[in-house]
Ligand binder design. Sequence first.
Ligand code: SAM
Length: 307
Amino acid sequence: MTDRIAKPFLKWAGGKTQLINDIEKALPKDISNNKFTYIEPFVGSGAVLFWMLNNFPNLKKAVINDINEDLINTYKTIASKPKELISILQQLQSEFHSLENKSEEKKEYYYQKRELYNTRKGEQSGQSALFIFLNRTCFNGLYRVNRKNEYNVPMGSYKRPTICDKGNILSVSQALQKVEILCGDYEETLNYADSNTLFYFDPPYKPLSKTSSFNSYAKDEFNDTEQIRLRDFCHKLDTLGHTWILSNSDVKGKDENDNFFDNLYSDFNIQRVDARRSINANPEKRGALKELLITNQVTSQEYVRAI
Ligand SMILES: C[S@@+](CC[C@H](N)C(=O)[O-])C[C@H]1O[C@@H](n2cnc3c(N)ncnc32)[C@H](O)[C@@H]1O
């Protein structure tokens, strides 16, 4: 069907492309020899998922999950009806591009599609096409909904954005054939773990400041209590003998007295790695930042100390 490498089909806050080298170094050493189950409970746009699927084709299985139902329905549509989706996206793309030099009509078109999306009455492939359309044409690729779950991001200023990347949708569809796709709270993914499982967690990050809050991907906020619940879940996985890697923001980089994550994960290995965020309304704040990569594996340094 296609021999292209599958890559994320969405722009998504917290996309992990910049962190992949560090994640690679943190993977279990036998990941390519063993028949691992890979579970990503906060999949978002799946940057790490697609990298794993492309680089470790002998994974026994992969399981993805997200609480965002519209996002997960889009994964399911790509897996099961890629051609139907492509034909709707092609139409949306040609209509949108035809309005390139008509700014008022273009805006009207965008808000009309946003309203249609928010009715959530369309059949699954139409709804998924609108989800991708809005993601490619909105301001900065943001996904934000209000309390009523209405998507409310304004139009972006792209001239001729790619709305339908046919080759990639086909590659993603093919890659998803061995992936179990779930929608719900991350804790439910434990039911899919077996004796050789790697979890990679990329939860909504703890905001570095009140205005940099990118953690409202869904109706419910991922606050400190949620961060603590996630740590408790990681402890449980550790007790059960599962391996996990988790990313989060480095709040200590902003305030050196802020030991929130250092205290929460003091039983585990915490690394600080360079990261660059692409979604930030203020370009001046898009510079280099540290992020945390935490794992329950013994690092090579610790191993050397122990022998
Ligand atoms: C930082 S994003 C993931 C970014 C992603 N790994 C990427 O590369 O683009 C966090 C995701 O967690 C999801 N989420 C928030 N609360 C959740 C929960 N309780 N259970 C599962 N997913 C949740 C959000 O919908 C969002 O897609």
